[in-house]
Design a protein. Structure first.
Length: 65
């Protein structure tokens, strides 16, 4: 089925000062080899590593360093 959403590439939105917004559901493999999943329709992946729930963004990047 060519119009199946699973056949479409995932869209990732890059923001200058914020997380990567990824169309979900997603599975993320971390540096230590563990995987985390989210079945949400869009997830925010932390790029600053300030998040308390890494790899998911909790908007910690908005706080002053």
């Amino acid at each position: 089925m060519p119009n199946d959403p699973a056949d479409r590439p995932r869209r990732i939105r890059v923001q200058r000062r914020g997380p990567l917004l990824v169309e979900g559901p997603v599975e993320v493999e971390l540096e230590d080899g563990t995987t985390v999943t989210s079945d949400r329709f869009r997830v925010a992946l932390c790029t600053c590593r300030r998040s308390r729930c890494y790899p998911w963004c909790d908007t910690s990047h908005r706080r002053k360093a």
